[in-house]
Design a protein around this ligand. Structure first.
Ligand code: UDP
Ligand code: MG
Length: 193
């Protein structure tokens, strides 16, 4: 069976501002993932809203529920930081913070290709929150932000990278971010061995 996959990675604006673009791209290159498209873009709120399925109520509710779970995990009272404890209301706020985050500066969008690429990149990226991500992962090595801090400061968790979560997300995001003529097929040295 051929496990060759393509996956979308965004180096979010915090990566660019912290000067970590090269460091992070280098990790993907060294592991053997092939960069088949790459560009720096300062995106519109419209594209940010398409990237995260902000119009889907079930998604909004699910991120709101996840926020409440996060509070439980940290043993912290959500009532202290959040204006509402309704998952839908929390989710709506999170969605607007995500749009602010992705549009606060330029980001680098990449399409990576390789065997089992989606899972490999997710593993390299690590847990959503820097303090929960294992050492050796991108988020674990370059962030120790606790999961609730974003809620306290009314912003998204600054976690450096986005990586497609599964095949459907990867296919949707590939079409959203790249035109066919921006994607390049070529051989890396090991492809010719
Ligand atoms: N996010 C957040 N707080 C949360 C959950 C998510 O700020 O409690 C932000 C964070 O930037 C994350 C993005 O929303 O990367 C998308 O969330 P998802 O659950 O898809 O996490 P990921 O797949 O990026 O780990
Ligand atoms: Mg995700």
């Amino acid at each position: 069976m051929d496990f060759r996959q393509q996956t979308v990675v965004l180096l979010k604006p915090d990566t660019v501002k912290r000067g970590l673009v090269g460091e992070i791209i280098s990790r993907f290159e060294k592991v053997g993932l092939k960069i088949i498209a790459m560009k720096m873009v300062w995106i519109s709120p419209d594209l940010a809203k398409k990237h995260y399925p902000i119009s889907r109520e079930d998604w909004i509710e699910s991120i709101g529920k996840r926020a409440l779970e996060t509070y439980k995990e940290y043993g912290r009272d959500p009532g202290e930081d959040l204006d509402s404890l309704d998952p839908k209301e929390i989710g709506k706020k999170m969605a607007s913070w995500l749009v602010d985050f992705l549009t606060e500066g330029p980001l680098v969008a990449m399409l990576l290709e390789g065997g089992n690429a989606i899972n490999t990149v997710r593993k390299m990226t690590g847990h959503t929150f820097g303090d929960r991500a294992l050492p050796g992962t991108i988020r674990g090595d370059f962030s120790d932000e606790r999961g609730y801090v974003g809620f306290v400061e009314k912003r998204s968790a600054r976690n450096l990278v986005h990586a497609s979560g599964n095949v459907e997300e990867a296919e949707f995001e590939k079409k959203l971010w790249f035109k066919e003529n921006e994607i390049h097929q070529y051989k890396r040295v090991e492809d010719s061995l």
